[in-house]
Design a protein around this ligand. Structure first.
Ligand SMILES: *Cc1c(COP(=O)(O)O)cnc(C)c1O
Length: 582
């Protein structure tokens, strides 16, 4: 039969007849399982989501259960053998696919568990989760206005809210949500290269412009310099002050002087405003002064000051906090720490652009990173590419002309935006400050144990790094000798191994559902060298470094009893390690 007749014979309105050809029978199945285009109680998607959530919730432990999902924490597959697979000939039932998907979460660390404290791994807030699920269904493409429509408000309002938070003009601030803090770094560098070496957009980079940051800056500087083609050799790392861990501005000044005198341009200075673990903020105000004092040679644009604040930005929510009256009633100890963190980040308005991760200290899902720039007119014009034949401007906001990505999901922008609306300043203050209270409670517990020592007491972030020794050892004086006296190098190394053994013991206990005093043990981590011994400043002796156990209590379910339990687990692990050494 002729194609037109077949087609008209298959359908009565949108119903498919029983004599329809086989391909159309698949359509019948799919129309019963795809999200319905129309309102009504029979939406397959809503039903299946409910089922899937119920199923995945079954993987949660009973109250006070272990810190992973499901019954078994061991990896269930062998790699790379798992790749030995092909796409099946026939479709699989929807319920089976969902069940298989849920199964992949079996054994994974449970981000919501109060015993989960291995890393910067926050539990996302409900508003942000739901806000980022909706675009998965309705497909706003925030590449341009036509397919984003009002959803674009999330990105535009984010620019306004964040611009205001950082002390800029809301109206002149712009932002793009992108794929991570490393994406923000890449955006910052691209902005810098475009400004300083304008010809590079057409001709490619032909000048070794320098990218300056501290030795403690995040390793994604390598991704950004490598992928932009400026090359990793153009990273100039400025040593940090041994007391403050901040970029040493005297050395920065020497470097800038040297580059100016040699006619070498600087593309960007990157201030890390909150390092991932040590929570250090570079002295951005001073850096701005130096950049103004040593401008790039004639023929090059002005160097860009980028603030990598992905792990520190949220301390700015305290900018308008009433410290005198302390309405959230933080303890004196924690209030002074908050004040200190705020003082250190406050100068962030000196930056030209700032990276923000909501999926770190914003309690939002991956990936909701926001690259925020102070002068939207500049950024959006110097980064602009030509016109696009198959996209039409139907709204005034069309970021496709200057973004790295082409299609962009609305999920990140909605997650970030919903997070700011849900918490408000006060909610973020309460969560951040509340975790600090938990962290300092833990530090006070450490102080009650002479065989334990906090090894980064000046760190004012949410992490604790510490070492534990045998009973009877005065941890503090032992540690001070190990970290500063070359005569104690052998003991430093021996106790590094001891620390690693305790860390490994705790990790295996976590996997093995071990209980201490009737409670499961935590998922925590240890660092194999968060700092060097003080006589090994340049790191040339790769063994004279300090190992430490690490606790990063990130979620809102953690309470004092959990922290007390952690101390008990660490002591029990230490005792077992000692017993095994005998
Ligand atoms: C985490 C982090 C990054 C990288 O961010 P992603 O979101 O993981 O891509 C960059 N800089 C700092 C300071 C970070 O803490």
């Amino acid at each position: 039969m002729e194609q037109k007749k077949v087609m008209e014979g298959i359908w009565k309105k949108d119903q498919i007849s029983s004599e329809a050809p086989n391909w159309a029978k698949y359509r019948k199945l799919m129309t019963s399982e795809f999200p319905s285009p129309f309102r009504g109680k029979e939406d397959p998607l809503a039903k299946e989501i409910e089922k899937a959530i119920e199923m995945i919730d079954q993987l949660k432990p009973e109250k006070d259960g272990p810190a992973f999902l499901g019954e078994k924490s061991q990896l269930a597959y062998t790699y790379p053998e798992v790749k030995n697979v092909t796409i099946a000939d026939k479709p699989q039932a929807l319920d089976d696919v969902i069940a298989d998907t849920v199964k992949l979460f079996e054994g994974m660390p449970n981000v919501s568990s109060p015993l989960t404290m291995a890393n910067v791994w926050p539990q996302p807030n409900t508003a942000s989760i739901i806000a980022s699920i909706l675009p998965l269904i309705y497909m706003p493409n925030i590449i341009e206005g036509e397919y984003a429509w009002n959803v674009h408000k999330a990105e535009l309002e984010s620019a306004g809210m964040l611009g205001d938070l950082f002390g800029w003009s809301s109206k002149n601030t712009g932002c793009v949500y992108t794929y991570g803090g490393s994406g923000c770094w890449l955006y910052g560098l691209k902005y810098a290269l475009t400004r300083v070496l304008p010809g590079s957009r057409d001709k490619g980079i032909r000048t070794d412009a320098k990218v300056i940051c501290s030795t403690q800056s995040h390793y994604c500087k390598e991704n950004a310099t490598d992928w932009t083609g400026i090359g990793m050799d153009n990273i100039v790392q400025i040593p940090t002050d041994p007391q403050t861990n901040q970029m040493d501005v005297n050395i920065l000044e020497q470097k800038l002087k040297e580059f100016t005198s040699k006619g070498i341009p600087v593309a960007s200075v990157v201030c890390t405003m909150g390092t991932t673990d040590a929570s250090v903020f570079d002295p951005i105000e001073k850096v701005r002064e130096l950049l103004d004092k040593y401008p790039n040679p004639a023929g090059f644009g002005k160097a860009l000051l980028y603030a990598d604040a992905v792990a520190g930005w949220s301390w700015m929510v305290f900018n308008k906090y009433d410290f005198a009256n302390n309405p959230l009633e933080f303890s004196k100890e924690v209030l002074s720490i908050i004040k200190r963190n705020l003082e250190q980040i406050k100068g962030i308005h000196h930056a030209d652009a700032i990276g923000v991760d909501f999926h770190k200290f914003g309690w939002a899902p991956y990936t909701s990173s926001c690259f925020v720039y102070k002068d939207s007119a500049e950024f959006e014009s110097i980064m602009r590419r030509g016109s696009y034949a198959y996209l039409q401007e139907v709204t005034p906001y069309n970021p496709m002309y200057y973004t790295l990505e082409v299609s962009r999901s609305g999920a990140g922008s909605l997650a970030g935006w919903a997070t700011m609306k849900y918490f408000g300043l006060e909610g973020l203050q309460a969560v951040l400050g509340g975790i600090l209270e938990v962290r300092y409670y833990f530090q006070n517990l450490l102080n009650e144990h002479p065989e334990m020592v906090c090894v980064d007491p000046d760190n004012t972030g949410l992490i604790s790094l510490f070492r534990v020794y045998a009973n009877g050892v005065d941890a503090n004086s032992q540690y001070q000798k190990e970290v500063s006296d070359p005569a104690f190098r052998a003991e430093l190394i021996k106790n590094n191994e001891f620390t690693a053994a305790i860390g490994e013991k705790l990790f295996s206990w976590y996997l093995d559902r071990k209980q201490i005093n009737g409670r499961y043990t935590p998922h925590m981590a240890y660092s194999t060298g968060f700092r060097t011994a003080s006589y090994n400043g340049d790191g040339s002796d790769d063994q004279a470094v300090v190992y430490a156990l690490k606790v990063y209590p990130m979620n809102v379910f953690v309470c004092p009893e959990d922290m007390q339990h952690i101390i008990n687990c660490i002591l029990a692990a230490r005792d077992e390690v000692i017993a095994e050494m005998m």
